[in-house]
Ligand binder design. Structure first.
Ligand SMILES: Cc1cc2nc3c(=O)[nH]c(=O)nc-3n(C[C@H](O)[C@H](O)[C@H](O)COP(=O)(O)O)c2cc1C
Length: 198
């Protein structure tokens, strides 16, 4: 059985830096035998969470849009890739909307005490972040706190972060000396059953 990976791409910019990183990681994972399904969040219909409380009793979101496809992919995945540009020192709105709709998993885990099963080898995550601001990694750190809460909620207890700052124009990540090779390698490592060294 091949490792199943769900990759969530949170940049609206086609052929942008986040997409190139996510594609490199997906190529590495596929070359190592994994099945990767990529979800381009900007092209999906994912409304922000309305805090209707509907998921509180069942752990299932009652609002029918593309978030339901995301939920199914998360349940079926052994590994999760979350890739986002930094917007205003945080994850992009597309990424955040998807995460907020995972409140259903939060209810399932913490209220109903039925977390998504971690699977025999444990669920692992890969977080890919790109920002333009080069003077500090504050935006990366803020984004990672949110991403970590998401990962924990969907039983991904361990994730690796690859982040790049000072990268702005579409596709300029290609000029970075190591970024795409590191993302490819991280994708390969993500498929390993014993996890991977950070
Ligand atoms: C709305 C918006 C807000 C942004 N805010 C930040 C920021 O707070 N910090 C930062 O480092 N870069 C910021 N950026 C720059 C992007 O993170 C940067 O251009 C990144 O490389 C975009 O990745 P992409 O090509 O995958 O979209 C912002 C860009 C946009 C469009």
């Amino acid at each position: 059985m091949s490792v199943k990976i769900a990759a969530f791409l949170g940049s609206p910019r086609k052929n942008g830096n986040t997409e190139l990183l996510a594609n490199a990681a997906a190529s590495g994972a596929r070359d190592a035998g994994a099945e990767v399904e990529t979800f381009r969040l900007a092209d999906m219909s994912i409304a922000p969470c309305k805090s209707c409380g509907g998921c509180g009793k069942t752990g299932r979101c009652v609002f029918q849009d593309d978030a339901i496809r995301i939920h199914d992919a998360i349940r079926n995945a052994d590994r999760i890739i979350l890739a986002s540009p930094i917007y205003f020192f945080a994850l992009s709105a597309q990424t955040k909307a998807m995460i907020d709709r995972c409140q259903a998993f939060w209810c399932e885990k913490y209220l109903l005490k039925k977390p998504v099963p971690p699977g025999p080898a444990g669920r692992k995550g890969l977080l890919l972040l790109v920002g333009a601001y080069a003077k500090s990694d504050e935006g990366i750190c803020c984004a990672e706190v949110c991403a970590k809460a998401f990962f924990n909620t969907v039983s991904v207890s361990d994730h690796r972060r690859l982040s790049y700052i000072g990268i702005d124009g579409a596709g300029t990540i290609r000029e970075h000396p190591t970024a795409l090779a590191e993302a490819y390698e991280a994708g390969v490592n993500l498929t390993k059953s014993d996890g991977y060294v950070k």
